[in-house]
Design a protein around this ligand. Structure first.
Ligand code: PEP
Length: 251
């Protein structure tokens, strides 16, 4: 059975004092045992704080993006090696906010995925369709094209022990959520796409759902066969809500 994974994406929120309170409450509220791994992806300036507060705990930490370049004259960018230096286990790549607001292309997302892998960091590859694409029945075409763009560059072996997050753009931060059946259909298609290249890699792949996951809807979403946990934005900033989501994954 695949382990469940719940990842908090703090986006551009937080300050040292609030982060400390949140992380301490998260660590002390998590159940001692269970089949769910938990991680938080924090803004770059707080990676050192996450590392010092979480190092001796079961909670992992990561970044929300990274540069596709190893080093050099890339003002404002942060490399995978720098993230590894701060103990990051994960890096989100291709979040729809990065694609839409910062023009990240499929080629860049693939290069970031590879850069993370080279540094020993697990990329969390985000894919998902807009509302217009869903309404014109393009969901699976869009999602598989985003996936193929990375598979073609990184190779299927790079997805071994990997994480993909299906995040319908129309559900992120909107309060709208894909129904469990809608999400399951896309998750199954993602797994089948990987299985066409390597069945063992597909069987081990953790596919997270993201898009307005809350304590109240997490249980039925996580109960789907191909949904292995969640990528959680807003609700990851409210500790009781996030803990309840982790609990729902544990069932
Ligand atoms: C996200 O940040 O990836 C996300 C899914 O946000 P939210 O849970 O707030 O919709």
């Amino acid at each position: 059975m695949r382990q469940k994974l719940v990842v908090g994406n703090w986006k551009m929120h937080g300050c040292s004092a609030d982060n400390r309170r949140l992380l301490q409450a998260l660590v002390s509220g998590l159940p001692a045992a269970g089949n769910t791994a938990v991680a938080v992806c924090v803004p770059f300036p707080y990676l050192a704080q996450a590392q010092s507060l979480l190092a001796a705990t079961p909670v992992s930490w990561g970044a929300q993006s990274l540069s596709e370049h190893a080093q050099g004259a890339y003002t404002g960018e942060v490399s995978a090696a720098m993230l590894a230096d701060f103990g990051c286990r994960y890096a989100i790549v291709g979040h729809s906010e990065r694609r839409a607001m910062y023009g990240e292309t499929d080629a860049q997302v693939a290069a970031k995925f590879v850069a993370a892998k080279v540094a020993g960091i697990t990329p969390i590859l985000c894919v998902g369709e807009t509302l217009a694409q869903r309404e014109s029945d393009e969901t699976l075409a869009v999602v598989t094209a985003q996936l193929d763009a990375v598979l073609d560059v990184a190779g299927v072996a790079a997805f071994a022990g990997g994480v993909v997050a299906y995040e319908p753009v129309w559900a992120i931060g909107t309060g709208l959520t894909a129904t469990p059946a809608q999400a399951q259909a896309v998750h199954a298609a993602i797994r089948a796409r990987i299985a066409a290249r390597d069945t063992a890699v597909a069987a081990g792949l953790q596919i997270l759902y993201g898009g307005s996951v809350k304590a109240q809807n997490a249980g039925e979403i996580f109960a789907q066969a191909d949904i292995d946990g969640g990528l959680v934005g807003g609700a990851s900033l409210v500790v009781d809500e996030f803990l309840a989501i982790c609990q729902a994954a544990n069932r």
